[in-house]
Design a protein around this ligand. Sequence first.
Ligand code: FMN
Length: 324
Amino acid sequence: MKTRITELFEIEHPVIQGGMHFVGFAEMAAAVSNAGGLGIITGLTQRTPEDLAKEIARCREMTDKPFGVNLTFLPGFAAPDYPGYIKAIIEGGVKIVETAGRSPEAYLPAMKEAGIKVIHKCTSVRHSLKAERIGCDAVSVDGFECGGHPGEDDIPNMILLPRAAEELKVPFVASGGIGTASQLAAALALGADGINMGTRFIATKEAPVHQNVKDALIAASELDTRLVMRPLRNTERVLNNAAVEKIVAIEKEKGDATTIEDIAEYVGGVYPKIMSEGTMDAGAWSCGMVAGLIHDIPTCKELVEGIVHGAEDIIRNRLAKFAS
Ligand SMILES: Cc1cc2nc3c(=O)[nH]c(=O)nc-3n(C[C@H](O)[C@H](O)[C@H](O)COP(=O)(O)O)c2cc1C
């Protein structure tokens, strides 16, 4: 399948694996890229730029296909060493960066000068337009269904994607809630040039996470995610568990007066415990509503090819019939 996204990133299939904290290691990115999609290493999971440089080198040993690095620009004052991470990306010869969170504007000149293509993840049309204006090459449009941070507008992809298509000139991928062939076909129909998936890629054979995490995704339904940190205007969609129930109770009691300190023990530093050790109630971890559509643990190749070939079949057979 050829789209503006496959052309831009020189990949076979228009399927991207979004950055995921403590999931997006070299093994994950290489498996997705080897499957013909675009795998992405999560930059900030690596504690230092030197660690990221090593992770990039490790990924290069596992694939000769293009892969990217995610740089999440966090809110807050103690900024990570972003110039150092960007230096590691440039020196590692990585040509694609997925940015997320705050605007990447300050760091774009350095990346553009190094010939890096930047796809910025946005949860609204206005942020997507800003990304286009400042020179991003593409946008990942992340709907309310998504795992992780859906922003504060609460617009689902059935509205957000066609709105993005009305306004954007640069190519965009549909992100959030996606995991099946019919959803790729739908995303293309709504104006996207491909898809970005997070949660669905965690339930694959190669995903370097504890089996408990994969089992939790199989067990979960579309009703099992919760929104936390809304009072902090840092909303995150997570899988419900004992820790999340405690957060929800605190936020219900304290309302808008909730502070990060009130919930810190359930959200701070919990990812390694969950993703690597499989302690599933250790805290809140990002998970999308697409959990309800996850029923198996395929290889990345089986997943990506199944989605793309399934979408082609839907377009050629099911949809073409309606047009005649
Ligand atoms: C466990 C997990 C961790 C994530 N960590 C990050 C991250 O560090 N940076 C980022 O930009 N997005 C992160 N995301 C969001 C994904 O890149 C992607 O945008 C999102 O998962 C898409 O929604 P979906 O899960 O419904 O496919 C994370 C998602 C999950 C599920």
